[in-house]
Write a protein that binds this ligand. Sequence first.
Ligand code: PLP
Length: 400
Amino acid sequence: MEPATGLKEALLADRVNRISASPVAVIIQEADKYKARGVDVVDFGPGEPDFPTPDHIKRAAIKALDENRTKYTATPGIAPLRQAICDWHAAQLGSAYQPAECVVNTGGKHAVFNTVCALINSGDEVVVPAPYWVSYPDIVKYAGGTPVFLSTRAEDGFCLRAGDLEKALTPRTRMVIVNSPSNPTGAVIPRDEFAKILEVCKQRGVWLLSDECYSHFVYGDAKPFSVASLPGAKDRVIIAGSLSKTFAMTGWRMGYVLGPQELVSAIIKLQSQSTSNPTSISQYAALEALRGPMDSVTAMLAEYARRREHILAGLRAIPGISCPSPQGAFYVFPKVLAHCNPAMPNDTAVTRQLLEREHVAVVPGEAFGAPGYIRISYATSMERIEEGLRRLAHFFGQSK
Ligand code: PLP
């Protein structure tokens, strides 16, 4: 990624020097260079729904504009939206929050960022199960904390196990960040395991930050689930939610935190000195998303399920590629290690050569703390998936 300024590192604050640009943004930028030259890139890079925002949500935003709802709002979001988030979360995911325990943020990433900044002191450890979403380690580092990576196992579907978590805790551990369904693996933590993880956190006095960005994209028999629905969860659990993926609203920047009132108040204070309120128009759109029909979510899920089947079958037909079945989200995470060789020694080299030779954009596993893998997003049309699979088969057919 291009440096943002010509400033030397020494001129910048330590907190900024501690973090790096998102590796996913780097891939997107690289792929965009090819696209700008007119190259037909199959873009499996972005974790972004290819569906438009549903019409009824767009109409609510237009109405908000027409009614001149374009001024500052309360810092934590308009009162009806905080209520709607609590109501929606209760109805869909079985929690019981009040508006005072809810703050609206500028996207799910902002929800995680604010929570970590409000709770983590310099020297605190935060357990980050790997493979992890790229932003967690950098957000923890920005806050002055130390990310402690805890590997999960491919043969276990990359699911976090309470027993492993327990072993990773030290007296300095202050938080564990879980993401189920997971980006990048699609792993879903079963309810019983979540209950055990919560128990470990309660016993050891550790915050359990649960990023529910993909809660509604689960396959097979799995149902959307929130750890906040478990008895006794509310004292230890913090929910980071996002409307970006569930309602195909990535550009609207709508997320939220549900958690203990003192924490929510601290986040509101932090927000009052940084972003202030999230965009007023987006808030009215979000209100409609949460109060309106969920049909579009059901339709998107059905289409993701169809693509998931197709891409899994296509990848597994390529010799040397193994791919666990993701239980949620819209990513597959195949292992490509068998195709590495001296000319293409790791997954980053695989990613680079795939883009150069076949014009297929994927994200290297190294970015997620999982060398030897690549992440493929199937939030793209079936026709592009077909074309991408054809190119992947050609590429890996030649690399053996
Ligand atoms: N959490 C996870 C696991 C994600 O994959 C993403 C986006 O890719 C986010 C949070 C942030 O979503 P947003 O800030 O767009 O709401």
